[in-house]
Design a protein around this ligand. Structure first.
Ligand SMILES: NC(=O)c1ccc[n+]([C@@H]2O[C@H](COP(=O)([O-])OP(=O)(O)OC[C@H]3O[C@@H](n4cnc5c(N)ncnc54)[C@H](OP(=O)(O)O)[C@@H]3O)[C@@H](O)[C@H]2O)c1
Length: 332
């Protein structure tokens, strides 16, 4: 049997995440029992939600415990199967965690068709982040043609899909991102109508100029000062989908919302979004995203590091915006 390597949880961070919160361990791979599969992981997805799992505070899902393999989704290949749905060689996504091999219940594994698109896309624009964008847009924001949709963390895995969906559905897409390079990519490569660099120092004025008719839909990924600035520009009867608050994830005290009054004055509908509430409709989301990609209207950018050893350092950096596009670790 091949040798497995895994990052386990060594401790819970207080404030900023640190590499010392993880410990690398080696073990033998485990043969699958009836109903299980053994997957060789080729790609590991790194996602901001992982910071929330490293906490004992109440959340929408139970966190990890000390000594657990760090939670995460992978894309890989079935090596051995005792589940009727899978055979060796099948390409899959699986809830493997941060490790080279995973043995577990085949019912938790998804077979994917990687013959036309790279396998890694099923962890990004065609996977969980893409579906998050799709259901948040389709069911919560419901943009009408001509309306203005603003999304923060616009160059990231979720934000990049939000804006491309807005364009595909006839709305105006305005991104907010950190730095000129990310903004150029969002506007020029992804085709958003505008992108505002929140690090340039004039967010309120720049966003106002980019949204001359105000904001009808806001897809929130960041929170903090960016949310407060957006709130000042929301239109009457506008909508906000609260998907993520990454600027608060490492904070010991939450920033809070100072412009809450705008929700009252403008009768804004605000709804939180957790993607797995749409579990039963994943096939619909997957098909919509795959159709958009096949039509050449869904571009993907990836930020790739090689080797499982890189994962902790990278997640620490990702929570400070060091990634540019969907963050992945190439495992083999
Ligand atoms: N609710 C759900 O079901 C669900 C599902 C998936 C994702 N999410 C959330 O959606 C958000 C985006 O996820 P993603 O997968 O697209 O992330 P991603 O691809 O890793 O991109 C994250 C981006 O956030 C920005 N960022 C990081 N730290 C920041 C800070 N302190 N202040 C402002 N911006 C910061 C950075 O872009 P800049 O350099 O442009 O700042 C970074 O590139 C996250 O909040 C995540 O938790 C929620």
């Amino acid at each position: 049997m091949a040798q497995n390597k895994a990052w386990t949880v060594a401790g819970f961070p207080t404030g900023a995440l640190s590499e010392s919160n993880f410990k690398l361990v080696e073990s033998a791979t485990v043969a699958p029992k009836e109903g299980e599969v053994l997957v060789k992981n080729l790609w590991l997805s790194l996602d901001p939600y992982m910071r929330g799992r490293l906490s004992q505070s109440k959340s929408y899902v139970k966190g990890v415990e000390i000594g657990d393999v760090m939670t995460g989704e992978t894309a890989g290949e079935v090596v051995e199967s005792k589940h009727p749905k899978f055979k060796p060689g099948d390409k899959v996504t699986a809830p493997s965690g941060w490790q080279l091999y995973w043995t577990g219940n085949g019912d938790l594994v998804n077979k994917v068709d990687a013959s036309k698109v790279p396998l890694s896309y099923f962890l990004g624009s065609l996977g969980m982040p893409g579906r998050t964008a799709y259901f948040g847009m389709k069911d919560i924001l419901q943009p009408k043609a001509g309306e203005t949709v603003v999304v923060s963390a616009a160059s990231g895995a979720v934000g990049s899909v939000v804006g491309q969906l807005a364009k595909a559905w006839g709305a105006r897409a305005v991104g907010i991102a950190g730095g000129k390079a990310k903004c150029d990519y969002v506007a020029k490569d992804l085709g958003f109508d505008a992108c505002v660099d929140y690090k340039a120092g004039n967010l309120a004025a720049d966003l106002k100029a980019a949204c001359p008719k105000g904001i009808d839909c806001y897809f929130e990924n960041v929170g903090g000062k960016i949310l407060d600035t957006v709130l000042t520009l929301m239109n009457v009867k506008s909508r906000i989908a609260v998907c993520g608050l990454i600027s608060d994830y490492n904070a010991t005290e939450p920033y809070g919302v100072k412009m809450f009054r705008s929700i009252l004055v403008n009768r804004i509908k605000v709804q939180g979004l957790i993607v797995f509430d749409w579990l039963e409709r994943y096939p619909e989301g997957n098909k919509a995203l795959q159709d958009l990609a096949a039509a050449g209207r869904l571009k993907t950018r990836e930020s790739v590091l090689e080797g499982l050893e890189q994962a902790p350092k990278r997640l620490v950096g990702q929570l400070k915006g060091e990634n540019f596009g969907k963050q992945l670790v190439k495992l083999a």
